[in-house]
Design a binder for this molecule. Sequence first.
Ligand code: SF4
Length: 342
Amino acid sequence: MSLLDVKNLRVRYDGPRGPVWAVDQLSFELSAGELVALVGESGSGKSTTALALLGLVPISGGTIETGELWYEGRNLLTLSEGEWAKVRASEIALVFQDAASALNPYLTIGLQISEVLETHRGLSRRDARKEAARALGDVGLPDPEAKLANYPHELSGGQRQRALLAMALVAKPRVIVADEPTSALDPALGLHVLELLERERKTRGAGVVLVSHDLELVAAHADRTYVLYAGRVVEHASARELFAAPWHPYTAALWRARARLDGERPRRLAAVPGNPVDLANLPAGCAFHPRCELARERCRSERPELSGVLRSDARMSLSAARRAACFEKESLALERPLESEP
Ligand code: SF4
């Protein structure tokens, strides 16, 4: 049974050029102990999805038009703000992309973490402070006792990111939503953060939703991956299958454009060809067609639905749970896998 079950989520923002749907009919599941990744370019809807999982869409100015978010037999989208406040941190925690704005600038790091421990785990102030220091040490902050007395602005960007992670993990949430948790960290610290998330999965059965643009990281750590474009899932599969042989041209383009971080500097930085999608002016048919070299007439008028491939050869049998929204997926599925080297 799923820990989290998102069904047909649709999130609207009303802008100066009219309404846009940042997330459109998004569905996915997360099981206990699983790491599910949401990937895509900026504006694909992955960070809006992260906000929706925490009931924070209204604060961002958006509206959830339709959808269900099932957790422990409850549809969380029916909760009042007071009920959401109980769920956040203790059951579903978010590690924000922007640690500077997520931490309260007027409170010390120690007070902010201790408050979570006192509220959600019922610790005394003294025990909460001890536990907060332990949590800061756990995420790799040097001299954690001293860090308790620091205000957020006194820490570096990487240290703030790790303090935020410590705050998210101390309440032992069953679901951790991590929005670009390693983007402010150097590779070694980023790896440490992923190891901590792995530990939470293995020891407590926590489920992790990882929002990331770093495909190397996703390929190495995710169990399953959902690729988003213009707010919709365009492909999902196990991470191993997805990047070894993408069915959707957008997935293949993302993989080819990824930054290679196997040296001190990225060996190659590229971008997916064409202009990023404009949500206020979506093209008819397949939203990716203006950027797709395989686009045909049908792609310009008809939107492909997410579906599997109904062929039964040796490769297809590996892919029973795969889905892609592309008219050409059958032929792409039979092409040779992408090579790992560019
Ligand atoms: S449906 Fe057509 S335009 Fe869209 S990704 Fe597939 S081939 Fe390209």
